[in-house]
Design a protein around this ligand. Structure first.
Ligand code: LLP
Length: 417
């Protein structure tokens, strides 16, 4: 199975680690996100171990799954964090993460966010434009800080991924060109409220080919050499995130191969490496567990309406993403081809199309690879309370986010009595 910690007990019911998913649904209701602690640990540890030959820092991309307990787990394993907002910084702090190991990415940092980050002495601002560099310098000067900065370069390489998640092409909004970066470093070097610490890039997400990473690194190293010739020294090189995972039949990049190729390109260089992986740490550690509500057939097409919808998991609707769907139990139903859809009033509300499954009403199904960009992208569309999140560890399981109630939906909407 795609998930290292999912298995069928005695060939029958689906378990995550030692816990029955039917029991999880029974106890906590559906729809529910369920994550495996062992799977997260093993993804993090295998990446960390592969990189052991070169000084490095793994700054987990909080946006992939920002649940406090997940962040706490990663902080406990020594992870740093890649954040993109003041809210994510507060999450990291609440979860016990070390702010000095935080890198702050994103094209539209606001003054209060910069201020908050300076106050907590974060490790590095990944700066995305000339204007932002000036803004950070100004906020730092006013508040009496020296801001550690890295310029995000856009190396103009094609990561060959979905256009919505490709970020390293020159027509994207992210980073600056290598030439502009060179000029910004010269400027930063003479600005007293700034301290140059790194250079960074992030070329896209769900990348399954090693070449674009190496091309990007080569271009970044070229810039590092140009800067060194001007006596501008760089301490770390941040290659961003983006390593893809297997959803269907992709062959993900082998982390050992990745690490050795990157290590080789870095040999003899003093800079440490920073990575910002999100998806590869959590995607295949989590599932969305949902119950079949209604089966119906329109014009020969079979629809299984489940109790999860696009508001819970938007990746299929937004990116035409393919995520595997499996039965939790074998109920002996006849196999048919189904579209797995939610109750939301949109044709785009589907979780999967044309899947061969043996299901009946009230059966449980699991949407796999839902640990990354799942719950975090969920909404209350159609006034649907957001799902609960459960963390499984060995034979134990606990709520790490309660299911929202209908009352929660109204909590911030005062009406006149
Ligand atoms: N660093 C930066 C600056 C990023 O923008 C991202 C993701 C990452 C790191 C982490 O990338 P990862 O290792 O997870 O690929 N919602 C989309 C993915 C959006 C990715 C945005 N940036 C999806 O569901 O596929």
């Amino acid at each position: 199975m795609l998930h290292s910690t999912l298995h069928r007990k005695d060939g029958g019911d689906l378990f995550m680690e030692q816990v029955s998913l039917a029991e999880i649904a029974q106890q906590y209701g559906t729809p529910v996100f369920v994550y495996s602690e062992a799977a997260i640990r093993s993804a993090y540890e295998s990446f960390d171990a592969a990189l052991s030959m070169h000084p490095h820092e793994i700054c987990y991309a909080v946006k992939a799954n920002s649940n406090l307990s997940i962040l706490q787990l990663l902080a406990g394993m020594g992870a740093g964090f890649d954040i993109v907002s003041g809210g994510e910084l507060m999450r990291v702090l609440r979860a016990g993460g070390n702010p000095s190991r935080v890198v702050f990415s994103g094209v539209g940092k606001q003054d209060w966010e910069i201020d908050l980050a300076l106050e907590h002495d974060i490790g590095c601002f990944n700066v995305e434009s000339a204007s932002e560099l000036e803004r950070i310098a100004r906020v730092a000067e006013v508040t009496g800080h020296t801001a550690p900065v890295s310029i995000r370069v856009n190396p103009d390489v094609d990561p060959r991924t979905h256009p919505y998640i490709a970020t390293g092409l020159k027509e994207n909004k992210f980073g600056v060109s290598i030439d502009e970066a060179f000029d910004l470093y010269k400027k930063a070097a003479v600005t007293p409220s700034l301290r140059i610490v790194g250079v960074d890039c992030h070329i896209g997400s769900q990348i399954t080919d090693l070449t674009p990473f190496l091309d990007a690194l080569a271009r970044v190293l070229d810039l590092v050499d140009r800067l060194a010739a001007r006596s501008i020294e760089i301490d770390h090189i941040d290659l961003g995130g983006g390593i893809g995972v297997q959803y269907k039949d992709e062959t993900p990049i082998d982390v050992a191969e990745f690490a050795s190729a990157v290590g080789q390109a870095m040999s003899g260089r003093p800079q440490s490496l920073v990575f910002e992986p999100g998806r590869m740490i959590v995607a295949n550690a989590g599932i969305l567990l949902t119950r079949v509500n209604t089966l119906k057939t329109n014009e020969g097409k079979n629809f299984a309406v489940v109790d999860a919808a696009m508001n819970d998991l938007i990746r299929p609707a937004l990116y035409s993403a393919w995520q595997e769907v499996v039965n939790v139990a074998d109920t002996g139903a006849q196999e048919r081809t189904w579209d797995i859809v939610g109750p939301v009033c949109e044709t785009g509300d589907f979780l999967a199309k044309d899947r061969t499954l043996a299901i009946e009403e009230d059966d449980l199904v699991a949407v796999l690879s839902a640990g990354a960009y799942g719950f975090v992208m969920s909404s209350n569309y159609n006034s649907r309370p957001r799902a609960a999140e459960i963390l499984v560890s060995g034979e134990n399981h606990r709520v790490i986010r309660q299911r929202e109630s209908i009352e929660d939906l109204f909590a911030l909407e005062p009406i006149r009595e």
